[in-house]
Design a protein around this ligand. Structure first.
Ligand SMILES: NC(=O)c1ccc[n+]([C@@H]2O[C@H](COP(=O)([O-])OP(=O)(O)OC[C@H]3O[C@@H](n4cnc5c(N)ncnc54)[C@H](OP(=O)(O)O)[C@@H]3O)[C@@H](O)[C@H]2O)c1
Length: 431
């Protein structure tokens, strides 16, 4: 075969850009792969929508089911989105119809990736999703192919551009979360419903995928800690800075023997740590393994240009005949995995108490910490507005379950505390 025919389902931000970039670069693609790439059909919900470019009528397909059944189409490109619904039907049915599938859909892959990869192997087709993690950064192919000779033990990084942008702007402009979120929505960096980003679910889906690929395990897509950035205030960012830290939302996965310790939460990270100075919408992923050691991948984590670059890379990989396993190994070789009990996590903890101006606050904090075997490394008290005060401390290494007990006790004391914020401190000396 000297030609490949694709059908693109979904012509939104990403689908349209993939369409344009394939058209623009078709002669390069032919030179680099040896094959002609034809876009045979495209589909969207509303084919009458103005999209700023002229798409020939003969390409427009009203019913997406016709694309996944079309015998001339080799590759279906799913760019609708969502873990279930139409996107799920498109991907499952295309594979059953023995079409290769390329998707950017992290929610779908994190939820159904194990089942889909089995189906793809059974039907002798590829299911590729480079664009689902890290936008334009070729992190999936780097792990699957570039690092194939390694046993990985640690993958972590900044996997969500929206939250990284918000945290960067809070620091730069001395603003609170809600104000920066509003600006980010106006600028198109955050969605009208920002939940998936700001509450950590987007980063969680991405680390679920990377962890499964990196450690050769079945996907862990629930039951692990997922915390977002809503609770973080400018005081936390300033205090962290004074002590030599930055606050970042990290997605982290470690292999600890037969356990995987996977989680998403904000961290205070030392200012000189590899990902500390990755700002704005940029993503960065650190992958640590043997024999290579530590590697770091940085780049634009979302947006139509970078994401279309990753989608087209998957399409051309299929054209080049790279018979890749979706997750880097045969689905039957993927191991079942135990999730580490996070109550046993050991970390330093940052805690800020917004306290009322009443006697006994400090002694209540310190006695509760002592009762739970938690000692304090730094403590600062600063007046806040309206006679309240901020008490901010960083603990020595402590156990998560002990910290949670303290927070539960103190959160009940409404007469003393207006708000308590806890953020884990990242210390690579002890993980
Ligand atoms: N945006 C990013 O920066 C980014 C980055 C990485 C990955 N992704 C992933 O890429 C995927 C697409 O994202 P996006 O931002 O391009 O979304 P989007 O702009 O909302 O586009 C979704 C597209 O799906 C189409 N669609 C909806 N229902 C359909 C149906 N029943 N049949 C056919 N088409 C249908 C819509 O048609 P209409 O246009 O007619 O409404 C629209 O063209 C998602 O999985 C997302 O997670 C996005």
């Amino acid at each position: 075969m000297r030609e490949f025919n694709i059908g693109i389902i979904g012509l939104g931000n990403i689908g349209l850009e993939v369409y344009k970039n394939i058209k623009k670069n078709s002669s390069d693609i032919k030179k680099k792969t040896g094959f002609k790439l034809n876009i045979l059909k495209v589909s969207a919900k509303n084919l009458r929508k103005k999209r700023g470019i002229k798409i020939p009528n003969k390409l427009l397909e009203k019913n997406y089911l016709e694309i996944i059944k079309n015998p001339k189409i080799n590759i279906v490109v799913e760019l609708i989105g969502g873990a279930d619904g139409i996107a799920k039907k498109v991907v499952f049915d295309s594979i059953k119809n023995k079409k290769h599938v390329v998707t950017a859909n992290k929610a779908l892959i994190a939820k159904h990736g194990d089942q889909l990869s089995i189906l793809a192997e059974k039907n002798g087709v590829n299911l590729l999703f480079e664009a689902a993690v890290g936008g334009g950064i070729p992190i999936i192919r780097s792990i699957k192919q570039g690092l194939i000779a390694n046993k990985l033990h640690h993958i972590y990084g900044i996997l969500n551009g929206t939250t990284n942008y918000i945290l960067t702007e809070m620091e730069k402009r001395n603003l609170n979360f809600k104000d920066v979120l509003k600006d980010a929505q106006k600028l198109g960096y955050a969605e009208a419903n920002p939940t998936a980003d700001v509450d950590g679910h987007d980063a969680a889906a991405k680390i679920s995928i990377l962890s499964s690929i990196g450690f050769g395990t079945k996907i862990i897509n629930n039951g692990f800690l997922v915390e977002g950035i809503r609770k973080i205030e400018i005081e936390d960012i300033k205090f962290a800075k004074d002590l030599g830290y930055k606050i970042k939302l990290l997605a982290i996965s470690e292999r600890l023997g037969k356990y995987i310790k996977q989680r998403v939460h904000p961290c205070l990270i030392p200012i000189n740590l590899d990902v500390a100075n990755i700002d704005n919408v940029t993503n960065a992923i650190v992958v640590d393994g043997n024999p290579i050691g530590r590697t770091i991948y940085e780049g634009p984590g979302a947006g139509k240009g970078p994401t279309s670059s990753a989608v087209i890379s998957d399409i051309t990989s299929i054209m080049l005949g790279n018979d890749e396993f979706s997750f880097g190994l045969s689905p039957s070789a993927k191991k079942n995995v135990h999730l580490f009990n996070f109550n046993n996590h050991i970390s330093k903890y940052y805690i800020r108490f917004l306290t009322k101006d009443v006697p006994g606050v400090l002694s209540t904090i310190t006695s509760n910490l002592a009762k739970n075997k938690i000692s304090v490394a730094n403590l600062i008290q600063e007046p806040s507005n309206n006679g309240n005060a901020n008490v901010m401390l960083i603990t020595h290494f402590s156990k998560e379950s002990n910290i949670q007990r303290v927070l539960k006790n103190l959160n009940k004391q409404k007469k003393l505390f207006k708000k308590i914020v806890m953020i884990r401190v990242r210390d690579l000396k002890k993980l």
